[in-house]
Design a protein. Sequence first.
Length: 488
Amino acid sequence: MFSLALPADSQRSLEEAVARGDVVPAGELAAIRAADGERAKLETWLEGHGFSVEHVSEDGTSVYTTSTVANLAKQLQVDMVQVTKDGITFTAARNAPSLPATVGEGVQAIIGLQPFRHANKHFRSVVRPIPAAEAARVLNSPPYLVSEILAAYGAGGLTVDGTGQTIAILIDTVPKTSDITAFWKANDLKTKASRIKKINVSGAALGPPEGEETLDVAWSSGIAPGAKIRVYASGSLSFVALDRALDRIIADLPRNPGLRQLSISLGLGETFLGGPQGEVAIQHQKFLRLAAAGVNVFVSSGDAGSNPDQTGHGSHGPLQAEYESSDSAVIGVGGTSLHLTPQGAVSAETGWAGSGGGASIFFGRPVWQTAAGVPAGDRRLVPDVSLVADPGTGALLILNGAATQIGGTSWSAPVWAAFCALINEARTRAGKPALGFLNPQLYPLAGGPCFRDITAGTNGAFQAGAGYDEVTGLGVPNVGRLITALTT
């Protein structure tokens, strides 16, 4: 995939609007695109040199192509070699690609030449017997039900359920409908399978459910049972496939005006991404456009603590934050360990050891990232907020027909997206427009009743403490209080 940059002044204006939390009118946003002349010149060169142009994003920044390995090596002057990772052998470029100066002037990145590099899923399951009968289950103890999580975070008994809102899920495959309906039944939720829309972005055969896709859909739909859910299945976790799915989400916005929240439970340590001008620059343009359109993107911060390795599950890598949660146009969601009393009150909540967090090497400190506890420095910090994630205090899930207990920041992100749907519905009822980018609106609320500060726990290099920290961010929400603060 060949990526063209937006004009510098357009990029700057979008960055400034998002940093203020402004929503850019659709007409203005549609006019911000890559220079048509540069894109046309690139397409002409590609089609004349053995490439097939399969798709071009609506803003003209992403040109998706196919070609033979031999032609790629010749035209882009790369040395293609065999690379084996996790038992799979890939054909990948050993050196950086190049283009003729007359063609490559507007191209900021060429990706997909190292297919072994991909995002990781952020979910963990606990395999243990779970009583099939509701009567045998101990209330307010793991695996937690939807009603218990709603009550724990100040969302129990609210009059909003996400009606009029749409939650997008970006993942590689889709869940079984039978698993989702069984989850709803176990949680006594009256809803319909027709509210779930499955979109196969690539059109290729999708893999079987592994848990991530089921967790995302079950819990976002459970927390906001009145919202529609659109599952964008990318087909793989390669960054090219994820980019194509993001483009599809952006293209679908005009026909889905309630699509104001997106959950992504994927990531890769920043040091494994190869530099800011590759995948990061491409995805940042897309996240920036989504934020400017009023779509809040919630991204899990990771399940391997402060030092994730390339698998995203081992904690023996370098000290680093994970991208995509470190992008300055998304809300990074960390994790906690939650314990409830038999009556459903919070007895203890601490930072989870697996919660990803730290300072970004790609993004500078946003103007909105200021609150008590935010350490001095000039780098973007992760996470922004948090929620229960520890699989040991995990969620009920029905996977392939069997009840299981599951966790990870993959649980935190879709629940936060569903909370956003509740807030947006409340704003609609109050006669207000949908939320802009949330972070500039959340940080000023730090230390008040909208958040419960998490002051204990560690993810390795960082400690949870008073105020902001790189384990749990601003803390966990009181949704009812957030609704009041953001609608009055």
